[in-house]
Design a protein around this ligand. Structure first.
Ligand code: FMN
Length: 226
Protein backbone atom coordinates (compact mmCIF):
# COMPACT_ATOMS: atom_id res chain seq x y z
CA UNK A 1 0.00 0.00 0.00
CA UNK A 2 1.07 3.55 -0.66
CA UNK A 3 2.44 5.10 2.54
CA UNK A 4 0.18 8.16 2.24
CA UNK A 5 -2.88 5.90 1.90
CA UNK A 6 -1.82 4.06 5.05
CA UNK A 7 -1.36 7.35 6.94
CA UNK A 8 -4.75 8.63 5.81
CA UNK A 9 -6.71 5.48 6.62
CA UNK A 10 -5.20 3.90 9.73
CA UNK A 11 -8.21 4.55 11.95
CA UNK A 12 -9.00 3.81 15.59
CA UNK A 13 -10.44 0.30 15.28
CA UNK A 14 -12.56 -0.87 18.24
CA UNK A 15 -14.51 -3.71 16.63
CA UNK A 16 -12.90 -7.00 15.71
CA UNK A 17 -13.93 -10.36 14.31
CA UNK A 18 -13.29 -13.47 16.44
CA UNK A 19 -10.40 -14.49 14.22
CA UNK A 20 -7.41 -15.25 16.45
CA UNK A 21 -4.04 -13.57 15.96
CA UNK A 22 -0.98 -15.75 16.51
CA UNK A 23 1.99 -14.94 18.71
CA UNK A 24 4.03 -15.23 15.53
CA UNK A 25 2.13 -12.29 14.03
CA UNK A 26 2.40 -10.28 17.24
CA UNK A 27 6.14 -10.94 17.26
CA UNK A 28 6.47 -9.74 13.67
CA UNK A 29 4.53 -6.58 14.53
CA UNK A 30 6.85 -5.80 17.45
CA UNK A 31 9.93 -6.81 15.46
CA UNK A 32 9.12 -4.04 12.97
CA UNK A 33 7.75 -1.50 15.46
CA UNK A 34 11.03 -1.52 17.43
CA UNK A 35 12.71 0.69 14.81
CA UNK A 36 10.73 3.68 16.11
CA UNK A 37 12.63 6.85 16.96
CA UNK A 38 13.10 7.55 20.68
CA UNK A 39 15.16 9.96 22.78
CA UNK A 40 18.87 9.07 22.78
CA UNK A 41 17.95 5.66 21.33
CA UNK A 42 17.53 4.39 24.91
CA UNK A 43 14.52 2.29 23.95
CA UNK A 44 12.81 2.40 27.30
CA UNK A 45 9.77 0.48 26.11
CA UNK A 46 8.41 -2.73 27.55
CA UNK A 47 5.48 -4.64 26.09
CA UNK A 48 3.19 -6.98 28.02
CA UNK A 49 1.25 -9.36 25.76
CA UNK A 50 -1.83 -9.87 27.86
CA UNK A 51 -2.97 -13.41 27.06
CA UNK A 52 -4.68 -14.13 30.36
CA UNK A 53 -8.40 -13.28 30.15
CA UNK A 54 -8.80 -13.02 33.92
CA UNK A 55 -6.00 -10.46 34.17
CA UNK A 56 -7.49 -8.48 31.31
CA UNK A 57 -10.84 -8.32 33.11
CA UNK A 58 -9.13 -6.97 36.24
CA UNK A 59 -8.25 -3.87 34.20
CA UNK A 60 -11.90 -2.89 33.63
CA UNK A 61 -12.56 -1.49 37.13
CA UNK A 62 -9.22 0.34 36.88
CA UNK A 63 -10.30 2.06 33.67
CA UNK A 64 -13.87 2.93 34.71
CA UNK A 65 -13.15 5.77 37.18
CA UNK A 66 -11.10 7.53 34.49
CA UNK A 67 -13.73 7.09 31.79
CA UNK A 68 -16.49 8.13 34.23
CA UNK A 69 -14.73 11.43 34.87
CA UNK A 70 -14.11 11.77 31.12
CA UNK A 71 -17.83 11.26 30.41
CA UNK A 72 -18.96 13.67 33.17
CA UNK A 73 -16.59 16.39 32.00
CA UNK A 74 -17.67 15.89 28.38
CA UNK A 75 -21.33 16.17 29.45
CA UNK A 76 -20.43 19.41 31.26
CA UNK A 77 -19.16 20.79 27.95
CA UNK A 78 -15.51 20.61 28.96
CA UNK A 79 -12.47 19.30 27.13
CA UNK A 80 -12.07 16.26 29.39
CA UNK A 81 -8.94 15.72 31.46
CA UNK A 82 -7.22 18.83 30.09
CA UNK A 83 -4.48 20.23 32.31
CA UNK A 84 -5.16 23.95 31.72
CA UNK A 85 -8.79 24.77 32.50
CA UNK A 86 -9.98 23.68 35.95
CA UNK A 87 -12.95 21.32 35.78
CA UNK A 88 -16.35 22.12 37.27
CA UNK A 89 -16.90 18.38 37.81
CA UNK A 90 -16.17 16.79 41.18
CA UNK A 91 -13.86 13.88 40.26
CA UNK A 92 -14.81 11.65 43.21
CA UNK A 93 -18.53 12.10 42.49
CA UNK A 94 -18.02 11.52 38.77
CA UNK A 95 -15.89 8.43 39.35
CA UNK A 96 -18.50 7.02 41.74
CA UNK A 97 -21.32 7.74 39.25
CA UNK A 98 -19.93 4.90 37.12
CA UNK A 99 -20.85 6.36 33.72
CA UNK A 100 -20.50 3.37 31.48
CA UNK A 101 -17.98 3.58 28.68
CA UNK A 102 -19.31 1.86 25.58
CA UNK A 103 -17.20 -0.98 24.28
CA UNK A 104 -14.84 -1.38 27.22
CA UNK A 105 -15.58 -5.13 27.47
CA UNK A 106 -14.86 -5.47 23.79
CA UNK A 107 -11.51 -3.73 24.24
CA UNK A 108 -10.24 -6.16 26.87
CA UNK A 109 -11.70 -9.13 25.00
CA UNK A 110 -9.93 -8.23 21.73
CA UNK A 111 -7.93 -10.99 20.01
CA UNK A 112 -4.71 -9.29 21.18
CA UNK A 113 -4.22 -6.88 24.07
CA UNK A 114 -0.84 -5.21 24.53
CA UNK A 115 0.11 -2.99 27.46
CA UNK A 116 3.06 -0.75 26.70
CA UNK A 117 5.16 0.88 29.40
CA UNK A 118 8.14 3.23 29.27
CA UNK A 119 11.10 3.31 31.65
CA UNK A 120 11.21 6.90 32.90
CA UNK A 121 14.71 6.35 34.31
CA UNK A 122 15.89 6.22 30.68
CA UNK A 123 13.85 9.02 29.14
CA UNK A 124 15.25 12.56 28.83
CA UNK A 125 12.24 14.70 29.72
CA UNK A 126 13.47 18.15 28.67
CA UNK A 127 10.27 19.76 29.94
CA UNK A 128 10.36 18.23 33.41
CA UNK A 129 11.18 21.54 35.14
CA UNK A 130 8.42 23.49 33.38
CA UNK A 131 5.28 24.48 35.19
CA UNK A 132 2.97 22.40 33.04
CA UNK A 133 2.14 18.79 32.38
CA UNK A 134 5.01 16.91 30.67
CA UNK A 135 4.71 16.08 26.99
CA UNK A 136 8.28 15.32 25.95
CA UNK A 137 8.49 11.92 27.69
CA UNK A 138 5.64 10.69 25.54
CA UNK A 139 7.71 11.36 22.45
CA UNK A 140 10.01 8.48 23.43
CA UNK A 141 7.17 5.95 23.47
CA UNK A 142 4.29 6.97 21.18
CA UNK A 143 6.20 6.69 17.90
CA UNK A 144 6.81 3.06 18.96
CA UNK A 145 3.12 2.58 19.80
CA UNK A 146 2.10 4.12 16.49
CA UNK A 147 4.56 1.81 14.72
CA UNK A 148 2.75 -1.12 16.34
CA UNK A 149 -0.50 0.12 14.80
CA UNK A 150 1.13 0.64 11.40
CA UNK A 151 2.72 -2.83 11.52
CA UNK A 152 -0.64 -4.26 12.52
CA UNK A 153 -2.20 -2.54 9.52
CA UNK A 154 0.41 -4.19 7.34
CA UNK A 155 -0.71 -7.56 8.76
CA UNK A 156 -4.36 -6.83 7.87
CA UNK A 157 -5.14 -5.98 11.50
CA UNK A 158 -6.54 -2.91 13.21
CA UNK A 159 -6.34 -1.50 16.70
CA UNK A 160 -6.49 1.58 18.83
CA UNK A 161 -4.06 3.45 21.01
CA UNK A 162 -5.74 3.88 24.40
CA UNK A 163 -4.37 5.74 27.39
CA UNK A 164 -7.17 5.47 29.96
CA UNK A 165 -5.29 2.77 31.87
CA UNK A 166 -2.88 5.44 33.11
CA UNK A 167 -5.52 7.07 35.31
CA UNK A 168 -5.07 4.34 37.92
CA UNK A 169 -1.41 3.66 37.18
CA UNK A 170 -0.30 2.50 40.66
CA UNK A 171 -3.06 -0.13 40.71
CA UNK A 172 -2.28 -1.22 37.16
CA UNK A 173 1.39 -1.55 38.13
CA UNK A 174 0.37 -3.86 40.98
CA UNK A 175 -1.88 -6.04 38.83
CA UNK A 176 0.69 -6.44 36.05
CA UNK A 177 3.88 -6.37 38.15
CA UNK A 178 5.14 -3.19 36.47
CA UNK A 179 7.99 -1.39 38.32
CA UNK A 180 7.05 2.04 39.67
CA UNK A 181 9.52 3.88 37.39
CA UNK A 182 7.74 2.49 34.31
CA UNK A 183 4.86 4.69 33.17
CA UNK A 184 1.84 2.93 31.72
CA UNK A 185 1.82 4.54 28.26
CA UNK A 186 -0.86 2.61 26.40
CA UNK A 187 -3.14 -0.36 26.12
CA UNK A 188 -3.49 -1.44 22.50
CA UNK A 189 -6.14 -3.99 21.52
CA UNK A 190 -5.65 -5.53 18.06
CA UNK A 191 -7.50 -7.90 15.77
CA UNK A 192 -9.06 -8.30 12.36
CA UNK A 193 -11.30 -5.23 11.87
CA UNK A 194 -14.99 -5.85 11.25
CA UNK A 195 -14.71 -3.06 8.66
CA UNK A 196 -11.95 -0.85 7.35
CA UNK A 197 -12.70 2.87 7.41
CA UNK A 198 -11.40 4.87 4.48
CA UNK A 199 -12.17 8.46 5.49
CA UNK A 200 -10.78 10.02 8.67
CA UNK A 201 -12.01 13.39 9.94
CA UNK A 202 -9.10 15.81 10.43
CA UNK A 203 -8.65 19.59 10.15
CA UNK A 204 -7.03 21.01 7.01
CA UNK A 205 -3.32 22.02 7.09
CA UNK A 206 -4.30 25.70 6.79
CA UNK A 207 -6.30 25.41 10.02
CA UNK A 208 -3.25 24.59 12.15
CA UNK A 209 -0.19 25.90 10.28
CA UNK A 210 1.18 29.46 10.21
CA UNK A 211 4.32 31.11 8.89
CA UNK A 212 7.10 32.55 11.11
CA UNK A 213 5.06 32.84 14.32
CA UNK A 214 2.09 31.24 16.00
CA UNK A 215 -0.16 34.11 14.92
CA UNK A 216 1.58 34.54 11.56
CA UNK A 217 -0.12 34.27 8.18
CA UNK A 218 -1.80 30.98 7.37
CA UNK A 219 0.33 28.44 5.53
CA UNK A 220 -1.94 27.96 2.52
CA UNK A 221 -1.74 25.17 -0.01
CA UNK A 222 0.29 26.39 -3.03
CA UNK A 223 -2.49 24.81 -5.11
CA UNK A 224 -4.99 27.32 -3.66
CA UNK A 225 -3.24 30.14 -5.59
CA UNK A 226 -1.61 31.94 -2.60
C1 FMN B 1 -2.73 9.88 22.83
C2 FMN B 1 -4.00 9.14 22.50
C3 FMN B 1 -4.81 8.67 23.51
C4 FMN B 1 -5.96 7.96 23.23
N1 FMN B 1 -6.68 7.42 24.25
C5 FMN B 1 -7.76 6.67 23.96
C6 FMN B 1 -8.46 6.01 24.99
O1 FMN B 1 -8.08 6.07 26.16
N2 FMN B 1 -9.53 5.27 24.66
C7 FMN B 1 -9.94 5.14 23.37
O2 FMN B 1 -10.95 4.44 23.13
N3 FMN B 1 -9.30 5.75 22.36
C8 FMN B 1 -8.22 6.50 22.63
N4 FMN B 1 -7.52 7.10 21.61
C9 FMN B 1 -7.98 6.95 20.21
C10 FMN B 1 -8.56 8.26 19.68
O3 FMN B 1 -9.86 8.42 20.18
C11 FMN B 1 -8.54 8.23 18.14
O4 FMN B 1 -7.21 8.13 17.72
C12 FMN B 1 -9.15 9.48 17.55
O5 FMN B 1 -10.48 9.64 17.95
C13 FMN B 1 -9.10 9.43 16.02
O6 FMN B 1 -9.83 8.32 15.57
P1 FMN B 1 -9.84 7.97 14.00
O7 FMN B 1 -8.41 7.78 13.59
O8 FMN B 1 -10.64 6.70 13.87
O9 FMN B 1 -10.44 9.13 13.28
C14 FMN B 1 -6.35 7.78 21.88
C15 FMN B 1 -5.53 8.25 20.84
C16 FMN B 1 -4.35 8.89 21.15
C17 FMN B 1 -3.44 9.33 20.02
Amino acid sequence: MDLYDVMRTTFACRDWTDEPVSHETVHRILDNARFAPNGGNRQGWHVIVLDDKETRRRLIPLIEPTTSIYAAQTMAGESPWNSITPSSVDPAEAAAAGHSFPGLDKMVDAPVVLVITVDLSLVASFDKELDRVGVISGASIYPFVWNILLSARNEGLGGVLTTYLAGQEPEVQKVLGIPSHHAVAAMVPLGVPVKQLTKLRRAEVSEFTTIDSFDGPTFESPASGE
